[in-house]
Design a protein around this ligand. Structure first.
Ligand code: C2E
Ligand code: MG
Ligand code: MG
Ligand code: MG
Length: 284
């Protein structure tokens, strides 16, 4: 009897495994065609001045909607796309789309300085990323400093042969370079000296416990200290409440993003927000 239960347990387990495998294959099949089928879009989360609340830039975040699979958040499919290699094509689309959107905003006279785009470590391994970026900028007629690239510490452990020269080339273009989710990964502080980066993004992982969790507070303070002593910019993300905003201001962090201010917005929503901010100062 217990034998049968064990056998049933095993069957349940292997069936669950098969279903999971099935789902993965299905997702990968759809993922392969998603760029061509125009299933992706970008939303833009405002990056704001923490004191005034004014929008200074925005981060492009990918969204995927598929007729069979429905809507999916990036955490559900970016990993798969990295495993299959599809992220290279998807990432190229993201870069071009974000640059084209920036072009449209500028043509409309919208005072938005910069747009941040996430890049995967696979994009560094698979291609000359600086060429892809240069092409996206050129075809939108944008200067390099209109674009910021966010990459995670994963780029550094994968250590492609020409990571350093790619960074140098991107910097030559004028592109702003940041390390996303700083502190979550493999933080060898050594690379902060070697790489020509401009800034860090404090992982929202550590902000979650602020202000009540003592070690989260200490980690945030340490990251702010590292950024300050190396002359790097620091952007906070995942700001959800007023206490966190006040904490960051006291810490000397000026720029941040989070649901306290706004989630990812459609392009026209972001434009409206910036126009309103502009009008309210013009009339003040
Ligand atoms: P990330 O780059 O660290 O982006 C921040 C994530 O936190 C976003 O999730 C954003 O919607 C979410 N977020 C923003 N404010 C808050 C807040 O106050 N509280 C909480 N709990 N969350 C907040 P999203 O859009 O689901 O993206 C998840 C991750 O997927 C991103 O993390 C990034 O690593 C990756 N990703 C998104 N778009 C792209 C892309 O175009 N290319 C690549 N390679 N990765 C992307
Ligand atoms: Mg990011
Ligand atoms: Mg992040
Ligand atoms: Mg993240």
């Amino acid at each position: 009897d217990s034998k049968r239960r064990a056998r049933n347990g095993w069957q349940d387990f292997s069936q669950a495994l098969a279903e999971q495998q099935q789902h993965r294959l299905q997702m990968e099949t759809h993922l392969r065609r998603a760029v061509d089928n125009r299933e992706f879009k970008l939303v833009y989360q405002p990056q704001v001045d923490l004191v005034s609340g004014r929008t200074v830039g925005a981060e492009a975040l990918i969204r995927w909607r598929n007729d069979t699979l429905g809507e999916m958040r990036p955490d559900h499919f970016i990993g798969h796309a990295e495993n299959t290699g599809d992220i290279v094509r998807i990432g190229g689309w993201v870069l071009r789309e974000a640059c084209q959107q920036m072009r449209r905003w500028r043509d409309d006279g919208l005072p938005i300085v910069r747009i941040a785009v996430n890049v995967s470590y696979r994009q560094f391994l698979a291609e000359d990323l600086s060429e892809t970026v240069a092409e996206a900028l050129a075809s939108a007629g944008l200067p390099g400093d209109a674009l910021e690239l966010e990459f995670t510490e994963r780029v550094l452990i994968e250590d492609a042969p020409d990571t350093l020269s790619t960074f140098a080339a991107l910097r030559m273009l004028g592109v702003v370079l940041s390390i996303d989710d700083f502190g979550e990964g493999y933080s060898a502080l050594n690379y902060l000296r070697r790489l020509p980066i401009h800034g860090l993004k404090l992982s929202q992982l550590f902000l979650q416990g602020v202000p009540h969790n003592g070690s989260d507070v200490a980690i945030c303070q340490a990251v702010a200290g590292i950024a300050q002593s190396l002359g790097l910019g620091l952007v906070a993300e995942g700001i959800e409440n007023e206490a966190q905003r006040q904490f960051l201001i006291r810490l000397g962090v000026h720029i941040g993003q989070g649901f306290l201010f706004a989630p990812g917005l459609a392009p026209e929503e972001l434009a409206l927000r910036i126009q309103r901010e502009h009008e309210s100062t013009a009339h003040a």
